[in-house]
Design a protein around this ligand. Structure first.
Ligand code: S3P
Length: 177
């Protein structure tokens, strides 16, 4: 890519409730780019909620749908893409990410993710029931290495969605210099 070019797209990764969708929407409106969210597209295609896909079809089928949607959305240009929290840890996921993608890990602790997710309601099957904090801690631990593959990391506890968008705009400026 020639020096001075913008990244082709921005990819946001991170654990559930790390703020990918809210920061992504804000960023896309600042850039005048499209915003795409894996889960929204998966759910629209399947004609049912993510929770129902997990309950009726199982996680393996969800991951299959997710992989197809990822391949498609990561081929877009001038787009801010929010992945699902589990996608970066799926085999082959990062191979789908083109070189000229500015990827950002929005980092959040398991405790804060669980608190935010409970405030947002029961939309996340992997955080439903049982000892949620224990499960989230184990999931996050298993996924951290895959999130770390993003080019940049931002602290989603320190920054709200508007500030995250500000920080990513700065990263885009750094990229183009
Ligand atoms: C998942 C995260 C969810 C959604 C699904 C599975 C995960 O997305 O894709 O419930 O495995 O962490 P969000 O990160 O947008 O909540």
């Amino acid at each position: 890519m020639a020096n001075g070019d913008l990244p082709d797209k921005v990819l946001l990764v991170g654990f559930m409730a790390s703020g990918k969708s809210s920061a992504g929407k804000e960023l896309s409106s600042r850039l005048g780019w499209d915003f795409q969210d894996f889960d929204t597209v998966i759910s629209a295609r399947a004609g049912k909620s993510i929770s129902r896909i997990f309950a009726e079809d199982g996680e393996a089928e969800f991951r299959h749908l997710e992989s197809g949607v990822a391949e498609e959305l990561l081929a877009r240009s001038d787009t801010v893409v929010a992945s699902g929290g589990g996608w970066p840890a799926q085999p082959g996921a990062w191979k789908m990410v083109p070189e000229d993608t500015l990827s950002v890990w929005l980092e959040v602790s398991a405790a804060v993710a669980v608190r935010r997710a409970s405030e947002q309601g029961p939309t996340r099957p992997l955080l439903d029931g049982g000892d949620v904090t224990e499960r989230a801690t184990a999931l996050l631990l298993g996924r951290e290495a895959s999130y770390r593959r993003a080019r940049y990391t931002l602290d989603s506890e320190q920054y709200g969605p508007l500030e995250l968008a500000d920080e990513i705009v700065k990263l885009i400026k750094e990229w183009t210099n």
